[in-house]
Design a protein around this ligand. Structure first.
Ligand SMILES: *[C@@H]1O[C@H](CO)[C@@H](O)[C@H](O)[C@H]1NC(C)=O
Ligand SMILES: *[C@@H]1O[C@H](CO)[C@@H](O)[C@H](O)[C@H]1NC(C)=O
Ligand SMILES: *[C@@H]1O[C@H](CO)[C@@H](O)[C@H](O)[C@H]1NC(C)=O
Length: 762
């Protein structure tokens, strides 16, 4: 057999080298290879890959831990040849991804005296791998805090790539690497005057996410006069391993996969990845993040990813593979209010992080940007003669919010009202604009736009009110930008999984660029306030690190289950959490299981466990054949879907439910197994079911009697659609199942849709 294979390889080598001498264009591809099919004549997989390709094709990366294969520059005809080569599972074109902050510990209920922090010793010994734009190592959030004298975790095998621009790691940052081969192969050499080719963060995003996940305590942090107080990462004592994967023009799959591969080999406990596609989620086997995350999960690494900032439309959530924790973004109970006062005396509230010395607290002429050349206030598009000396109303959308303030400043405007439109609703994100400015919601925005239209000489002033903490407006509320379900690939798996703080988050920043990342902004700050699911993801990554320390034997699914079934759904005024896009009640398609509640996650009572083999059965259940699944298992020989037993994807032992009815009277039943992880082995749990009148829900048994012999028990939950005729009003309905022993409440949300008629309720 091997001889036969070798012949094929030699043959393909010849074909590939002859075709690569042509002038055909090369692109980067990621080639997944079956591990067991390496001919014995090659001593290493790398030698084998090199021989397949031959000169002059260059291998960018060899993947061995999170996935199996390599990436290389290839022409279309080389790819065709490779496709027919035994042992090649799949060939994926490399693609760029996009990057998708302190009150949060307090808001999350974390305390030094009780709960998850003391019970995990702040995740000391835990290593969080942050795959992002690198890190600013001199930042106070990464000061050593005595960690230098504590022995490194014995599992740690990583390195610190030092150089002139990144001199050393320390007890907090124990590893740092940069991955740019894929980036440079596709976009050309990195311009080192604009960004550092070392693990140093010259963007800001990576420093922000790393300090959120695992930053040390910094007293007197803040952004100018805003959000002052103590800044602290979730896993305050965890170590950080930095993997720089994002560069000026994006983050390439080949680099991301190489970083995931390395992070697993290095021995990280958690991978935090605030990166994803900006369109709909790709198929799992066409998604390098899903592939790498599977490999990481197999090795016990928790992978926490941002859901994306493409809300509020349906199906926008990315990073939706069931073995990933998919995190949406919500608000805190901290606001940075500002008021606009119109010439007629009306006052509208908004938010602002303006920190300059200019004041516009007396009336100035007011204009609408749509009347001045550019409703979105694009740079260079505003008519200076109409804007100079005035306050400008710019519409949200189109370009970056901070660019609008910059455009107004460049055109001589004195201030800006950034007014939301239908797309952003009442979602307010504070920015540190270069001119005095505030953002107002759509309702206020429409009134201000109408005022400008209807007046001869409209005027306005803006008053800034600093930082306000309190229950008005309510918190949390889900950000309009937070990407939503249903799950675009597998509607039977509810996504996103949970929400966590991601709006106006204060965390560390790079010393290289300004807080707006605008070149014309000369400011440099230690802390910055930014928003995105990129900010919510590292909160959960840090919390997962704390749980990993508290329960070293739990697998990633159990940790995720604990985080999901202990969430809350009511805000700090006792009402259901609302959606900032509509002001209406949020749903499980928007907030998943709900808002993360770390101290409760420490004692979930029951967990929904999932083994690697269950995920493989899941892939079989969605129609993947052995070849497609081997991208994840790394071996073509290892899977036989005939022997796996998941009837349908919804039977995966997931801690939430998504039910897709095919007809009005359809019946769907799902099986689940729950494991008692509470302190009492003899716990008795009883079910409480909640659902809409259009669905009958039954569970069997209704009581779970755990014992030393029966630590895991199963139940079947049955859903019967009672919809008489599908109307527009039946788009999606929601319910829940709660198991309680009187001490714990183990709650799973249930989402119902009918066939493929679900469309946005927006
Ligand atoms: C604002 O004023 C303070 C005190 O006068 C000064 O130190 C600071 O540099 C000024 N800031 C700007 C952005 O001009
Ligand atoms: C929240 O929503 C659920 C489900 O619709 C409803 O049963 C419950 O009464 C609501 N709770 C509050 C406090 O409004
Ligand atoms: C364990 O569960 C099985 C099936 O649910 C049941 O038949 C058995 O009696 C249980 N054992 C104990 C000790 O409760």
């Amino acid at each position: 057999m091997n001889t036969f294979l070798n012949t094929i390889f030699i043959l393909s080598t010849i074909i590939i080298s002859s075709s690569s001498s042509s002038t055909e264009q090369q692109e980067t591809f990621i080639i997944h290879v079956s591990k067991s099919q390496k001919p014995s004549t090659f001593s290493t997989h790398h030698d084998w890959y090199t021989s397949i390709l031959s000169h002059p094709t260059k291998i960018l990366y060899t993947y061995t831990h999170a996935s199996h294969g390599f990436s290389a520059r290839l022409t279309a005809s080389q790819v065709d040849t490779l496709r027919d080569t035994p042992g090649i599972i799949s060939i994926l074109l490399d693609r760029p991804r996009q990057l998708h902050t302190t009150r949060t510990p307090h808001f999350l209920g974390l305390a030094d005296t009780f709960g998850l922090w003391p019970n995990s010793n702040y995740a000391d010994d835990i290593i969080i791998g942050v795959l992002d734009t690198g890190i600013w190592p001199e930042h106070k959030s990464f000061k050593d805090d005595g960690l230098e004298s504590v022995a490194l975790p014995s599992k740690w095998k990583g390195v610190c790539e030092t150089g002139p621009d990144f001199e050393a790691c320390n007890g907090k940052i124990i590893g740092a690497r940069a991955f740019y081969k894929g980036y440079e192969a596709s976009t050309g050499l990195i311009d080192e005057t604009k960004e550092s080719k070392s693990p140093r963060d010259t963007e800001g995003h990576g420093t922000h996410t790393a300090s959120t996940a695992a930053g040390s305590t910094v007293k007197n942090a803040g952004f100018y006069q805003y959000a002052d107080g103590e800044a602290r990462g979730m896993a305050t004592k965890a170590r950080i391993a930095v993997y720089k994967i994002c560069w000026g023009a994006g983050c390439f799959d080949s680099d991301i996969l190489a970083a995931m591969d390395q992070a697993v080999a290095d021995g990280v406990d958690v991978i935090s990845l605030s990166v994803g596609t900006s369109g709909y989620a790709p198929q799992y086997d066409d998604d390098s993040i899903a592939i790498g995350a599977f490999g990481a999960m197999q090795k016990g690494v928790v992978v926490s990813c941002s859901a994306g900032n493409s809300g509020p439309g349906p199906y926008t959530a990315t990073n939706i593979a069931p073995w990933i924790a998919t995190i949406g973004a919500s608000t805190l109970d901290r606001e940075f209010p500002a008021d606009v006062v119109l010439g007629d005396g009306r006052v509208f509230g908004g938010v602002s992080l303006y920190s300059g010395n200019d004041t516009i607290d007396h009336l100035f002429p007011l204009v609408y940007a749509a009347d001045c050349g550019s409703r979105y206030c694009y740079t260079g598009k505003l008519d200076e003669s109409k804007v100079a000396g005035k306050i400008v109303v710019c519409d949200r959308g189109g370009n970056a919010r901070v660019e609008k303030g910059s455009a107004v400043k460049i055109s001589g405007g004195v201030g800006m009202i950034l007014a939301n439109t239908e797309e952003s609703g009442e979602e307010l994100i504070a920015d540190s604009h270069l001119v005095p400015a505030l953002e107002v919601g759509q309702i206020a925005g429409d009134k201000i736009r109408n005022y400008v239209k209807s007046q001869q000489s409209p005027t306005a002033k803006i008053i800034f009110r600093g930082t306000v903490i309190g229950a008005s407006p309510s918190a949390p509320r889900v950000a309009a930008f937070s990407s939503r379900g249903p799950n675009y690939r597998t509607p039977e798996i509810l996504k996103p999984d949970i929400i966590a703080p991601g709006v106006n988050i204060l965390a560390g920043w790079t010393g290289f660029t300004s807080p707006t990342d605008l070149v014309i902004d000369p400011r440099r700050v230690e802390f910055n306030i930014i928003s995105g699911t990129s900010m919510s993801c590292p909160h959960v990554s840090g919390l997962a690190g704390l749980l990993r320390k508290a329960y070293p034997k739990w697998n990633p699914a159990a940790i995720k289950s604990a985080l999901m079934t202990t969430t809350y759904n009511l805000d700090n005024t006792g009402k259901n959490i609302t959606d900032l896009a509509t002001g209406a009640k949020s749903t499980p398609f928007i907030h998943g299981a709900g808002h993360v509640d770390p101290n409760r996650a420490l004692d979930p009572g029951l967990v929904y466990d999932i083994e690697v083999s269950d995920y493989i059965a899941f892939l079989c259940s969605i129609g993947y054949n052995a070849r497609r699944i081997s991208v994840f298992t790394k071996d073509q020989a290892s899977v036989d879907c005939k022997t796996t037993s998941l009837k349908r994807p919804g039977d995966l032992n997931y801690p939430s439910f998504a039910v897709v009815f095919q007809s009005n009277g359809d019946v769907v039943s799902y099986k689940r197994v729950v494991k008692n992880v509470g302190s009492s082995v003899n716990a008795v749990y009883e079910a409480t079911l909640k659902g809409p009148s259009s669905v009958e829900i039954d569970v069997l048994p209704k009581k779970l009697v755990f014992s030393a012999e029966n630590q895991s028990l199963s139940y079947v939950i049955m859903f019967t659609s009672k919809v008489a005729g599908i109307t527009d009003s039946v788009l999606a309905e929601f319910g829940s199942i709660e198991w309680s022993d009187g001490v714990h409440v183990v709650r799973s949300p249930i989402a119902f849709t009918w066939g493929h008629i679900y469309v946005s309720s927006m």
